[in-house]
Design a protein around this ligand. Sequence first.
Ligand SMILES: Cc1cc2nc3c(=O)[nH]c(=O)nc-3n(C[C@H](O)[C@H](O)[C@H](O)COP(=O)(O)OP(=O)(O)OC[C@H]3O[C@@H](n4cnc5c(N)ncnc54)[C@H](O)[C@@H]3O)c2cc1C
Length: 470
Amino acid sequence: MSDLLVNSEKGHISASARIPAIARPFVSERAARTLDLVEKFVEEECIPADAVYHKQIGKTTEERFSSHPSIIEDLKKKARDLGLWNMFLPKAHFSEGAGFSNLEYGLMAEYLGKSRTASEATNCAAPDTGNMEVLAKYGTEAQKRRWLDPLLNGKIRSAFLMTEPQVASSDATNIEMTITRDGDSYVLNGQKWWSSGAGDPRCEIYIVLGKTAPNHTDKYRQQSVVLVPHNTPGITIHRMLSVFGYDDAPHGHGHLTFSNVRVPASNMVLGEGRGFEIIQGRLGPGRIHHAMRSIGAAEKALEWMLARLNDPAKKPFGEMLHKHGIMLERVAKSRIEIDAARLAVCNAAITIDESSAKGALKEIAEVKVLVPDIMLTIVDRAIQAYGGGGVSQDTPLASMYAQGRTMRIVDGPDEVHILQLGKNENKRGKAHKRRIEAQIAKGKRLCEEYGVGSKDILQLDRKSGEASKL
Ligand SMILES: Cc1cc2nc3c(=O)[nH]c(=O)nc-3n(C[C@H](O)[C@H](O)[C@H](O)COP(=O)(O)OP(=O)(O)OC[C@H]3O[C@@H](n4cnc5c(N)ncnc54)[C@H](O)[C@@H]3O)c2cc1C
């Protein structure tokens, strides 16, 4: 057994053997085999390749945002040869993917989340995944052939442009970019930021949310989505935004302006006023993908932590770290939290598979909030175990922390989901009040019936001075 794969003293316990018991009945034999291939591919090929990738990107800003590390193309070829391609498109809703369910892909995405290169190597990287789902679900045949096919083939990349610097974009009704019909065209004006992927020279298509009817009385019918080729005149990429100092090159996060950007009217997706519907439909499964990748990252952080705890060269106060009880407690808590979070994500994925993203709103929101929180706690514990090394470039932990922290903001900040969950939960408040009151009343009636009286058993009714009689 190769040291690159082994994960226990007794040898390698494969990914398929570690599928949670609750999820096992929902995983086909083919998916279980593929899961093992994904694990092997990530551990043996992608994680070692990450080091090459980071060096191939280059040093200067110019180099970093114009490079395409050749190792990615080598990995893509290996992945395709293994049949590891487009696993993310769920079979119940799309015919274009590899034929797996959300749950089956979710289990695979966990492994992809352990490596910088793995998602792109298997053509399962965000934001392309969500963008491909939009095109597959809502695109016309012409839009699919022009943009979906090259995306499915990994020939180009894409970006999703919703967020704007001048408004609170977590509420999409605030979006201000204008999309104005002019003859056979639409003309776009405004600015966008956090346009992830826009830095990559291979990013050829922007999926843009703007307003076609800013004065529509229904504020959820004001928005539309149009497809804008990256080289359309009038677009300027001003700068790339950093995440805790990381530039995430060559993918990056762009700050762009659109000045009289003209596209054919046929680039409208689904129809004017349907933008809100599209962004809602886009985010459901994407959140499961993020969550499962974050579980993989948390698992990786725990593995790094265990490696440090068992490093004989590092003995603070004369003992290896695993001899210090506080460290074992952190390991145990991390194990419990990862396993619990994985079950929550599996449950959300199964619920989507059995209904739709709409039918799993509660479960998706739960994991959207739960998983990044757990992942950050575990990465933080691992960082602590490494001391100064933990916050440096010598471990992947610092960049994992930066990445993980953004998960509490991207696809809608925590508060939006928490508020929605809280509101929905609270809808049951009146029914609970009625039921609890009815149960108390029935309890009192039963006490009378059984002759035990309804008086509180702890009732003393003691007057001053009476206690001494006892
Ligand atoms: C790394 C990264 C990648 C991203 N990629 C993309 C991308 O590809 N495309 C894209 O369009 N966008 C992208 N975003 C943007 C992201 O989706 C937005 O930042 C997010 O939706 C929040 O919008 P905002 O930044 O405008 O914050 P605001 O809407 O101004 O919110 C600021 C804060 O207000 C609080 N808040 C918001 N709503 C409520 C509420 N209801 N109750 C209480 N408090 C609330 C929250 O604390 C929130 O963080 C990315 C962001 C990051 C960090």
